[in-house]
Design a protein around this ligand. Structure first.
Ligand SMILES: [Zn+2]
Length: 345
C-alpha cells in the first residue's frame, strides 16, 4: 500500500509499504479521507526524534485523520460501513491500571500513531479499534474531523483548568495548540482570553475570533497588559502553550491569588520554576498530556457551531504532493496554522 514514509531524519518518500490490515472482532477498517500535518510529524521529519521517541526504522507519518468505515469486525455495534468518522490516534492497553482509572492518555502501554515505532495513517486505509473511532455528525466535514485531534488537546487543557463561568484566561503562545486552547477555554466558559506571542501574523489569526485578545510581547509586557485589564488582580487561569522555558520567568505575576497554571507546551529542556511565586498565591498547577474521553465532546462542540475550526486550515494538498506539504510546514510560515492532506478527492 502507498504511504508517506519518513525513511530517516530529513528524508520522506511516497512508496509502497506493508501495513497490516486484518480486522479484529472489535476493529473497523477505514478509508482515510483527510490527514492533518502536525508539528510532531514535522519534528520527526526535521529532527528524527522527540524526546525519548527516536526514529530507528522507516515510519509512516500522520495521526490527525478522518475517513469512512469500509468494513467492521463481528463484535462492532457502534459503527457501520459508510459511516464518516475520525479516529483517536492513541490506543491504550484496555486492561491497564491507567485505563481502568479513566486516564488512558497516561497509560505507559499506549500505542500512538506516528510515534516510533508505530506507523501513522498517511496511507489510503487503516484498521483501528471501534472504541477509538468516532462518527462525525452530518454537519461536520472530513476536514473538521481531522482537526478534532489537535482541538482535543485544547479541550483537555480547558477541562484540566476547571474553568468557572466568566473566568479570564491567558494563553502563552499562539501556535496551533495555543489557538486550540484559547478556543476551548472560550467554549468552556471563559469570558475573555488573552493570547500572547512575538509573531504578529500568528496573533492576527487568533484575533479573528470574538473573545480572543492578542498581545504582542515584542511590543508590550504581558504582565502589564494583564494587570491593566484585571485591575491588578491577575488572570484566573494561565495556560502555557509555547513550550518555551523563557515563558516561565515571572509567570505567576500573571495568575491571580488562588488561580491556576495549566502547562500544555512541552519544553525540550528543564525549566526554572518559581516555586515561591506559586506558593505565595496558592496557585493550582495542572499538566496536560494528550487527552482522554474528549473526542466525542469535541465533535459535539464543532457540530453545535460553538467552535469553528475551518479558518485554521490554511492549506490543503493532494496525497501525491504531500512531501511539498511537509516542506511548507517545515518552513514555519507564521501565517500557516494547519495544513491538510487529502487521501481521496
Ligand atoms: Zn497532532
Amino acid at each position: 500500500m502507498q504511504a508517506l514514509v519518513l525513511e530517516r531524519k530529513g528524508e520522506l518518500a511516497i512508496r509502497d509499504i506493508d501495513l497490516p490490515l486484518e480486522i479484529g472482532e472489535n476493529d473497523v477498517k477505514i478509508s482515510i479521507h483527510t490527514v492533518g500535518v502536525c508539528g510532531s510529524d514535522v519534528h520527526y521529519y526535521t529532527h528524527g526524534a522527540i524526546g525519548p521517541y527516536v526514529l530507528k526504522a522507516p515510519m509512516v507519518l500522520g495521526h490527525e485523520a478522518a475517513g469512512t468505515v469500509t468494513a467492521v469486525g463481528a463484535g462492532v455495534t457502534n459503527l457501520k460501513v459508510g459511516d464518516r468518522v475520525c479516529m483517536e490516534p492513541g490506543v491504550p492497553n484496555l486492561s491497564s491500571r491507567a485505563t481502568k482509572l479513566g486516564i488512558y492518555n497516561v497509560d505507559p502501554d499506549v500505542t500512538f500513531w506516528a510515534t516510533p515505532p508505530v506507523h501513522g495513517v498517511l496511507t489510503p486505509e487503516t484498521v483501528h479499534p471501534a472504541a477509538f473511532t468516532y462518527k462525525l455528525p452530518d454537519n461536520v466535514s472530513f476536514a473538521e474531523g481531522a482537526m478534532v485531534e489537535p482541538f482535543a488537546i485544547g479541550m483537555q487543557a480547558a477541562a484540566r483548568a476547571r474553568i468557572s463561568p466568566g473566568d479570564v484566561a491567558v494563553v502563552i503562545g499562539c501556535g496551533p495548540i495555543g489557538i486550540m486552547v484559547a478556543l476551548a477555554a472560550l467554549a468552556g466558559g471563559c469570558s475573555r482570553v488573552f493570547i500572547s506571542d512575538f509573531s504578529a501574523p500568528k496573533l492576527a489569526i487568533a484575533a479573528q475570533y470574538a473573545g480572543i485578545t492578542p498581545v504582542n510581547v515584542g511590543e508590550k509586557k504581558l504582565a502589564d497588559v494583564i494587570a491593566a485589564e484585571t485591575e491588578g488582580w491577575g488572570a484566573d487561569i494561565v495556560f502555557e502553550a509555547s513550550g518555551s522555558p523563557k515563558a516561565y520567568a515571572g509567570i505567576f505575576d500573571l495568575v491571580r491569588p488562588g488561580g491556576a497554571l495549566v502547562m500544555v507546551g512541552l519544553p525540550v529542556e528543564p525549566v526554572t520554576f518559581d516555586v515561591a511565586g506559586a506558593i505565595s498565591k496558592e496557585v493550582r498547577v495542572e499538566t496536560v498530556f494528550r487527552y482522554a474521553n474528549i473526542f466525542d465532546r469535541a465533535l459535539q462542540l464543532i457540530a453545535s457551531g460553538k467552535v469553528d475550526l475551518k479558518p485554521l486550515i490554511t492549506g490543503t494538498y493532494d496525497f501525491k504532493d504531500s512531501i511539498a506539504a511537509f516542506e511548507r510546514a517545515a518552513s514555519g510560515d507564521p501565517s500557516d496554522v494547519k495544513l491538510q492532506i487529502l487521501m481521496e478527492g
